[in-house]
Write a protein that binds this ligand. Structure first.
Ligand SMILES: C[S@@+](CC[C@H](N)C(=O)[O-])C[C@H]1O[C@@H](n2cnc3c(N)ncnc32)[C@H](O)[C@@H]1O
Length: 361
């Protein structure tokens, strides 16, 4: 493992990454290389307990290996499901029909009463989004519904008055209702292209708190874990998807309350009550231990946290609590994060390197 060039400077972005934004997603080469080298068929499936946009699941599927992905964030689960499911052939036609319907629909569709909606969305955009969501909801319960929601979710920030995915500042970007429909169709076309030739192996996606995992959630023994856990003062995943969740009918505040790591408490000194990351990871690792097959590898890709000037070595914490939970610490590899490839800026946290901690049962 040490002889591998982990920086992957020449890596090309996955076609999925240009459709729906997701912070701190893996470059495909990381889970791909870990699975290629550490999966020996020793268990039943690959697990990613913080699957985000589902890159680990995609890479397991590419190799015909079953996988389970868990994430608290319903937008993450939506992206992961769409990424690992087949797209029905009629998908693009359905999207075009939906847009046609919206453009000719005379009935007024009620705009949902979302907090601060008039600040973040212009009136004509609100109406277009409400119409689009209404038409998409006619497909609830069908096999295209997730992919439709995914395309809808992918355009929310683009058509809003929010400066960018990571900047909550007001900016009139000059978008109109017709942009809502054209961006939606653009996402649908990109998705159709990205999905072409996707092979099949079961990928199960669970929308829940990984710390509340039970044996019923897992279809057998874990053969390999490949994950990048959330860690303090890095990202607030719920915040990046706040309006996506509102428009899709989810409750971002509920997600915020259970999200590990990047909480407001780390930014404000007065609110900082201590570093609970070690306790949470210790709970997770002790819980995973009995579900892992003998010799199963666990790979945690993680950066270091800087909180009120103090550096917390999350890689060392994981290695230590892993050993306390009964695993062996095989190695910790270091890699540079390619800032040009990072779609979400982490200037406040100054994260330039990350570590790959490898444990084994
Ligand atoms: C670093 S991101 C994972 C990104 C992923 N590797 C990818 O390629 O997209 C960490 C993820 O942990 C999720 N998360 C935070 N707290 C969680 C919890 N208690 N249970 C499950 N997932 C959680 C976040 O929603 C986020 O998607």
């Amino acid at each position: 493992m040490k002889s591998i060039e982990w920086n992957f400077t020449e890596a090309k972005a996955s076609p999925f990454s240009s459709i729906h934004p997701y912070p701190a997603k893996f470059i495909n080469e990381i889970p791909a290389t870990l699975i290629k080298n550490l999966w020996h068929g020793q268990g039943d499936f690959v697990l990613d307990p913080f699957c985000g946009s589902g890159v680990t699941l995609e890479e397991a599927q590419r190799r015909g290996i079953s996988s389970v992905g868990i994430d608290l964030n319903p937008i993450a689960c939506l992206i992961s499901r769409v990424r690992t499911n087949q797209l029905p052939e009629a998908f693009l036609n359905i999207c075009e029909a939906i847009v046609k319907d919206c453009q000719t629909l005379d009935t007024i569709i009620e705009v949902p009463a979302l907090p601060n909606i008039d600040h973040w969305f212009k009136a004509d955009i609100q109406e277009a989004l409400a119409k689009l969501k209404h038409s998409i909801d006619n497909y609830k319960g069908t096999e295209v519904y997730d992919a439709l929601l995914y395309c809808f979710s992918s355009i929310i920030v683009k058509v809003s008055n929010q400066d960018s995915d990571t900047r909550y500042a007001f900016r009139d970007k000059g978008k109109t209702a017709s942009d809502v429909y054209s961006y939606f169709l653009l996402s649908a076309r990109k998705l159709t292209k990205a999905m072409m030739g996707n092979p099949h192996a079961e990928a199960r996606v669970l929308n829940k708190n990984s710390l509340k995992l039970t044996s019923e959630d897992l279809p057998g023994k874990i053969g390999l874990v490949v994950t990048s856990p959330p860690y303090p003062n890095a990202y607030e995943y719920w915040l990046y998807h706040k309006y996506r969740m509102y428009w899709l009918g989810f409750n971002p505040i509920q997600v915020k309350n259970e999200e590990i790591g990047a909480r407001a408490q780390y930014f404000k000194k007065s609110k900082y009550e201590g570093y609970d990351f070690a306790i949470q990871m210790s709970e997770l690792l002790s819980m995973l231990y009995p579900y892992c097959s003998d010799d199963a590898y666990l790979c945690f890709v993680i950066g270091r946290s800087k909180i009120h000037g103090e550096i917390y070595c999350n890689d060392k914490i994981i290695a230590e609590i892993g050993m306390n939970a009964g695993f062996r610490h095989i190695t910790t590899l270091q890699r540079e994060i390619n800032c040009k490839r990072k779609s979400f800026n982490l200037s406040h946290a100054r994260i330039k390197d990350e570590y790959i901690v490898i444990l084994q049962k």
